[in-house]
Design a protein. Structure first.
Lengths: 317, 321
């Protein structure tokens, strides 16, 4: 088990390295001069040269990559070129907002999506299935940004119940800021729960057709037991994979939703930094996103062994 | 997990990504469905017999007609400015109302159908070509190319799709074509893996060994013997990826990175509408409705096509996997 874990973590390294090259390359290839962006068009040639020197932009690209990489391993992500704040601080400020949003939306989506998917599978092709399946296709097709706008139209513009954007005053006690979360959470939850319930449905239908389910029924296990203990448990493996991947993507920041609600999360940080050509922030935030994703994938793999004792992590790769 | 890119852009991105793995058929299954008639005609007939498939196809046909004939069908020029009628609600003159400079929203929604459908088509064609070529070589030849290209796709898949798209658009500059290229790139890994899996399953079959024995070149074997068996899953994946591509393009345009104003596009119309929610509620309504309609129709079409290509799936796995 330990060697397996070790191997999995080691296997991450090449992917991480390649990802870091890609992230660095994207930034290097981007048009626009960060120094000009920072100093404005009024700056003299000397000022520009001095600033380039200070930021280390004069050095050759491979060397800059190595410097960046070694800083990265020491968690030194540099400073924002726009407001000179530490990238780590910026990320640390924005990430909790995304984390809060993701966890609540994710739990909501699982709590609604899982039972809906089971119900649809058990009542396959009957009325509940038809209704749930249609709602799912709608939920998957509605663009998040439009759903967000519609929610604002209904709950802020018409009913005046909820604030249309922001996260509220950080000095307020947390429960006063809850209204700010309602619409972003709902927006994200809708598409996620459609994904989940659709996936649970197809996984459950697969399992419900299996021989051991017929056996369980034949030996007189009551239907809830068949569905709950025999079917759901076995259907969970593919479902957990999807849950994990969805969650890690959520943590990457719901870029579009955050844009609609002016919600200061990780996704918004990346987008505004890209628009400002604030490279260190973009690099740092993207690196974090990739790390989160890879770590989640390991956790998913490990959870298989827990969910299904037949799977030994040693053998499975 | 082989099939589509799970999770897509982000969670919301559920929308773009979604689950439902297109399972790569084992050789046995493949023989199964070929027995059911795998000709284009047979598939089309099965597609149109299925209620969802028929409905999706019908809506899609209407959309294509609107896209092609928007200059003839739309009541106004999409960029014609009516300064007196800014942000008007729906009326007899402007069925869907007008935007902040008084352009007719109905006309703009209609004109947006073309770039949207083209975005969907172009991305999947590009992704399929690159995916098929790399997947074929990786699966058939194996070796270092396989290792390298799969590691690259793994890395690409480790980025949330929307970030990858934004990153690529940052390098290339905002615009419709660059957005399309970016979306094509983020679809490539899935296509490539799909074709690779089919190629792997096929490369040791007897007919492939036989053609190698009579001295066919590798490329000939790959293209005329291995590739046909990858075709069905490839076509299904294209049908699945197209609506996602349209959604991602709309999202990028919404963020200001895709289609640029004044060209009409559903995404940047919604981006514009965001600033006028309090003054003109109807502005945000119709472009979003159009996107949703297109995506629902294309998803139904894809589901129907999947069942039509592989009729046995219906029995075993339930209709909309």
């Amino acid at each position: 088990m330990l060697t397996y874990l070790l191997r999995r973590w080691l296997a991450l390294l090449p992917t991480l390295l390649l990802a870091s090259v890609l992230i660095f390359a994207i930034i290097q290839l981007s048009p626009g001069d960060p120094v000009r962006m920072k100093l404005g068009t009024e700056a003299t040639a000397e000022e520009v040269a001095l600033e380039r020197e200070r930021l280390g932009l004069e050095k050759p690209v491979p060397l800059r990559y190595l410097i960046w990489l070694s800083d990265l391993t020491r968690l030194d992500l540099g400073r924002s070129q726009v407001n000179n704040r530490l990238v780590t601080t910026l990320v640390a400020e924005h990430f909790p907002n995304t984390l809060r949003l993701s966890i609540i939306a994710f739990c909501l989506a699982v709590m609604i999506g899982l039972p809906l998917g089971c119900l649809a599978a058990v009542r396959q092709d009957a009325r509940p299935d038809t209704v749930i399946t249609s709602l799912n296709s709608l939920g998957l097709a509605v663009p998040a940004f439009w759903l967000g706008l519609l929610l604002i139209l209904v709950f802020s513009v018409t009913l005046h119940w909820l604030p249309p954007s922001g996260v509220g005053d950080p000095n307020n006690p947390w429960y006063l800021n809850l209204p700010y979360l309602v619409m972003p959470v709902a927006t994200i939850a809708v598409s996620n729960l459609s994904v989940f319930s659709r996936f649970v449905r197809s996984a459950m239908i697969d399992v419900l057709g299996a021989d051991y389910i017929r056996t369980a029924r034949a030996k007189g296990v009551p239907e809830p037991g068949v569905v709950g203990r025999h079917a759901l448990r076995n259907a969970l493996i593919p479902v957990v994979t999807v849950l994990g991947i969805q969650f890690s993507r959520l943590l990457g920041g719901a870029v579009v939703t955050e844009a609609v609600f002016a919600y200061p999360g990780l996704g918004r940080l990346v987008v505004t930094s890209i628009l400002n050509r604030d490279y260190p922030v973009v690099q740092g935030a993207l690196m974090l996103v990739v790390v989160i994703f890879l770590v989640t994938s390991i956790i998913i793999d490990l959870s298989y062994a827990y969910l299904d004792p037949r799977i030994h992590p040693h053998g499975a790769t | 997990m082989e099939g589509r890119r799970p999770g897509g852009t982000e969670a919301e991105g559920g929308t773009f990504g979604v689950s439902a793995a297109v399972s790569v058929p084992t050789p046995l299954e493949r023989r199964d469905w070929q027995a059911g008639g795998s000709g284009v005609g047979a598939v089309a007939a099965r597609l149109l017999r299925d209620r969802r498939g028929a409905l999706g196809t019908a809506v899609l046909v209407v959309l294509i007609v609107v896209a092609v004939f928007s200059p003839q069908l739309s009541p106004y020029d999409p960029n014609e400015i009516h300064l007196r009628d800014q942000l008007a609600g729906p009326s007899a003159a402007y069925w869907f109302g007008t935007d902040e400079v008084g352009r007719d929203i109905l006309s703009r929604v209609m004109y947006s159908a073309r770039p949207a459908l083209e975005a969907g088509l172009l991305t999947i064609v590009l992704a399929a070509i690159v995916g098929a070529l790399t997947g074929l070589v990786a699966g058939y030849r194996a070796g270092w190319f396989d290792l390298l290209i799969m590691r690259l796709w793994d890395t690409l898949l480790a980025f949330p799709a929307i970030f990858l798209a934004i990153g690529i658009v940052t390098v290339l500059g905002p615009g419709w074509l660059n957005a399309v290229l970016a979306i094509a790139v983020l679809n490539m890994p899935v296509f490539s893996r799909l074709v690779r899996a089919s190629a792997l399953a096929t490369r040791n079959r007897d007919f492939v060994t036989a053609s190698r024995a009579i001295g066919c070149s590798d490329w000939r074997i790959m293209l005329s013997h291995v590739f046909p068996s990858c075709l069905a899953p490839l076509v299904v994946q294209m049908a699945i990826a197209a609506p996602e591509a349209i959604l991602v393009e709309a999202s990028l345009s919404f963020l200001g990175l895709g289609s640029q104003p004044p060209d009409p596009s559903w995404g940047n119309m919604l981006g514009g509408a965001q600033g006028y929610l309090f003054r003109s509620p109807s502005y945000a309504l119709f472009p979003g409705l159009a996107i949703t309609l297109v995506v629902v129709a294309m998803n139904s079409f894809a589901d129907g096509l999947q069942d039509a290509i592989d009729p046995h799936r219906v029995r075993g796995r339930g209709k909309a996997a």
